[in-house]
Design a protein around this ligand. Structure first.
Ligand SMILES: *Cc1c(COP(=O)(O)O)cnc(C)c1O
Length: 447
């Protein structure tokens, strides 16, 4: 293989200022408020991949061009091996010929956020820090991200994780997961909504005097350290399918902030055998309306049964537009998006549970509903992306199904541990006061 050309990264809002991937991962957000993107998406030959390789091997080959010339380049195979210790199986669905489930919920917290959070943690562990004081990582979560980030950094020396979640608006099992880590992880249940949590985190990060007292960072989904690794399971599934069948694989992706779907699209842009991509949204219809030809109009989110997708202003839209050179019409030709409301989520869950005993989470149900609707291209092989294990959403699903669900072992272990979360008012001052009071709090070296 020829040596890889280093790729530089710049903000979606300013192509002039470039950084290396390590810097982009350490910073999360670009200084001008934009999102980091690579100056080009590298092309890659399907023949570059080992046909017998694991998911971690596929990830190391796929991501090598993105890390070429960077301080983390040599460690990339080890980072992938450390992050991807579980599989993303592509399983066929007996009810539909030509329909597969790409199961992304076999990680420690039973949702796909584990892939990105673990990869980000494995990168940050290897980056030199100039500040000897512990780093506090702030995470606002609507449910799944907080647990994945907590699990990825739990007991890591020199790092403390502070999770903010909207009290009463995550499922009871999600809340238990968030509060069960202890040690260097603190959970704060905020008397407000997800948007309040996100605003409080941003205010703390932007407060220079607070930052001077305790170094703060974030682990939100806009970090390239979470986005890039999510490309791995799409490449792995599509390459496996293509070797066996000689055709591209098409994907339906449950979508909120657009991180998971964008990863799929970038794999296609790199030249790997990904076919059609459909975005499945819940009643938050910002993206479906844009793809139907209306102007992009971000708005407040409404609450739905697929709570991790309750997003009215998808943060990765800026990266999506950049990928299509800011040409709305070209972008509208490249993919489609549809809304699935709560009634359709319930109907889809019930229909598949009764028919085949196939129980899916409410998020996965949005994608499965689109597959059921998809009269055109019936002959296409579709992979429905299963983003979380259904047992995380027992309060939605068990009343519908009329019986309890089996809990996967990793989740069961967490549910057995005691959980605790501190209540907090939904004000920026409340978080800042708490952080100052806990500036000398526990880190991974103590408990
Ligand atoms: C986060 C999440 C989504 C949405 O993913 P995005 O990358 O934000 O589009 C979908 N389903 C589940 C279960 C999630 O946790």
């Amino acid at each position: 293989m020829s040596p890889l050309e280093p790729i530089r990264y710049h903000s979606t809002r300013n192509a002039g200022l470039t950084v290396q991937i390590s810097q982009a991962i350490a910073a999360g957000l670009a200084p001008d408020g934009g999102l980091y993107v690579p100056e080009v998406l590298p092309a890659i030959d399907p023949a570059a991949f080992d046909p017998h390789g694991s998911l971690a091997d596929t990830a190391a080959t796929l991501l090598a061009p993105f890390f070429a010339g960077d301080a983390l380049a040599d460690a990339l195979p080890a980072i992938c091996a450390e992050a991807f210790t579980f599989d993303a199986p592509l399983r066929s669905l007996s009810s539909h010929p030509n329909t597969m489930m790409l199961e992304l919920f076999h990680g420690p917290t039973s949702a796909f956020k584990d892939f990105g959070a673990r990869f980000l943690a494995a990168c940050l562990r290897r980056l030199p820090r100039t500040d000897a004081r512990p780093l506090t990582i702030l995470v606002a979560t609507s449910g799944d991200t907080g647990a994945a980030v907590a699990a990825a950094f739990h007991r890591q020396p020199g790092v403390r994780v502070v999770i903010l979640y909207p009290d009463g608006l995550v499922s009871p099992r999600q809340a238990h997961q968030l509060g069960c880590f202890g040690d260097n992880v603190s959970a704060l249940r905020v008397a407000g909504r997800f948007d309040d949590c996100q605003r409080m985190v941003k205010a703390a990060l932007n407060d220079a005097s607070l930052q001077a007292e305790l170094p703060l960072s974030s682990a939100n989904s806009i970090s390239l350290g979470r986005l890039l690794p999510q490309m791995s399971y799409y490449a792995h599934a599509a390459l496996g399918w293509w070797r066996e069948h000689g055709t591209p694989l098409n994907f339906i992706v449950p979508t909120g902030n657009l991180g998971n779907a964008l990863a799929c699209l970038w794999v296609r842009e790199m030249g790997l055998p990904v076919g059609d991509v459909r975005l499945a949204c819940n009643a938050n219809a910002t993206l479906p309306e844009f793809f139907q030809g209306q102007n992009y109009s971000p708005r407040e989110a409404v609450a739905t049964l697929a709570n991790a997708m309750d997003v009215g202003a998808p943060s990765n839209f800026e990266r999506l537009l950049w990928t299509w050179r800011n040409d709305d019409d070209e972008l509208r030709h490249a993919l489609r998006a549809e809304s699935v409301d709560d009634d359709a989520i319930c109907a889809t869950v019930l229909q598949h549970a009764r028919g085949q005993g196939e129980v899916v989470c409410p998020h996965t149900a949005t994608a499965l509903a689109l597959r059921d609707r998809a009269a055109p291209r019936e002959d296409h092989p579709w992979a429905v992306v299963a983003t979380a294990h259904p047992a995380k959403f027992e309060t939605v699903l068990e009343p519908l199904l009329g019986h309890p669900m089996a809990v996967p072992p990793a989740l069961a272990t967490m549910l057995e541990r005691p959980a605790k979360a501190e209540a907090m008012a939904a004000t920026d001052e409340a978080l800042e006061r708490w952080l100052r009071e806990h500036a000398r709090g526990s880190t991974g070296s103590r408990s």
